[in-house]
Write a protein that binds this ligand. Structure first.
Ligand code: F6P
Length: 326
């Protein structure tokens, strides 16, 4: 394998808190290892249009605490075409960049895998997404911060729900995964979590809520994962209102505020460890792997496994949530 002398870093797909900490870690560990490091702006889109700058350690000063990504991010249709990827390859060659670190979610790592295979180009991925839906790592960069944001929001909604004795449906992100909804429900003591991995009928949900109100609860909060499989908070609230008009129902969609904010200590440390590990992986001749952390150990997860395998929801969490919300 040819020796790597120069690496490019990009962030792609939805931003996630901790991406900056990861950029900082890759840059500094890369420079420490003797690599030239290039920041590539706007993900694969900026790679194709040659938005590239050489980074020194100062370029990543004072960013560990900042949400978003200093490299900006984008979702890029052109990179899905062979012509777009050829153009990206030519740009990399022109800059003498001989390896990439791609920080992003499922879609970004899928693009990275195709590109790596097509051009035999060394790429290491870092799991950067609030959804926590990448297989092979206990947590993705941004997930913990988003979970804390959800918890704080639900705590606030609880105040008004209690005062008005209302039933709230709160929709959280996660694309097709229920990690944010389920763990958000446990952390905030919500009455139920509706997630795509498990189907819940409206009459089951109504029974549970009814039981709570009869017992002594004067408000209820249901966290709903945004997936089409759950019907989203709006859909579910509508069905409940039609079938059970006794409830005073309100809906809150937390939306993109879940992606912002200063990363938690957990995410900063996770991103720093993963970023340094990405450089180690390249030095170690690892190719086409995503860095994961499992049981506190760095692991290399082949792209195919990280992307294709559905990350399972731990059923112990589902049981715990149900038992503790009676
Ligand atoms: O993948 C991260 C995520 O925030 C998902 O939870 C959500 O479905 C999606 O991105 C929203 O994407 P956009 O910002 O493009 O609307």
């Amino acid at each position: 394998m040819s020796k790597i002398e120069s690496i490019g870093i990009l962030t792609s797909g939805g931003d996630a808190p901790g991406m900056n900490a990861a950029i900082r870690a890759v840059t500094r560990a890369g420079i420490f290892a003797g690599f030239k490091v290039f920041g590539i702006y706007r993900g694969f889109k900026g790679l194709i249009s040659d938005e590239i700058e050489e980074f020194s350690t100062q370029n990543v000063s004072n960013i560990i605490q900042r949400g978003g990504t200093i490299l900006k991010t984008a979702r890029c249709k052109e990179f899905q075409t062979p012509e777009g990827r050829q153009c990206a390859y030519d740009v990399l060659r022109r800059h003498g960049i001989d390896a990439l670190v791609v920080i992003g979610g499922d879609g970004s790592l899928t693009g990275a895998r195709i590109f790596a295979n097509e051009f035999s180009f060394p790429i290491v991925g870092l799991p950067g997404t609030i959804d926590n839906d990448l297989y092979g790592t206990d947590s993705t960069i941004g997930y913990d911060t988003a979970l804390n944001t959800i918890m704080e929001c639900v705590d606030k909604i609880r105040d008004t729900a209690t005062s008005h004795e209302r039933l709230f449906f709160i929709e959280v992100m996660g694309r097709d995964a229920g990690f944010l909804a389920l763990n958000g429900a446990i952390a905030s003591g919500a009455e139920a979590a509706i997630i795509p991995e498990f189907s819940t009928q409206t009459d089951q949900l109504a029974d549970l809520i009814d039981h709570g109100f009869r017992k002594s609860k004067n408000s209820s909060i249901v966290l709903v994962a945004e997936s089409p499989l759950t019907g989203g908070a709006m859909g579910l609230a509508k069905r409940m209102e039609e079938e059970y008009p006794q409830y005073d129902v309100r809906v809150t969609i937390l939306g993109h505020l879940q992606r912002g904010g200063s990363p938690s200590a957990f995410d900063r440390i996770l991103a720093s460890r993963m970023g340094a590990a990405a450089v180690d992986a390249l030095l170690d001749d690892q190719r086409n792997v995503m860095i994961g952390i499992k049981n506190d150990e760095i692991v290399y997860v082949p792209f195919t496994k990280a992307i294709k395998n559905d990350k399972p929801i731990n059923t112990e969490l589902i049981n715990t949530q149900r038992r503790l919300s009676i």
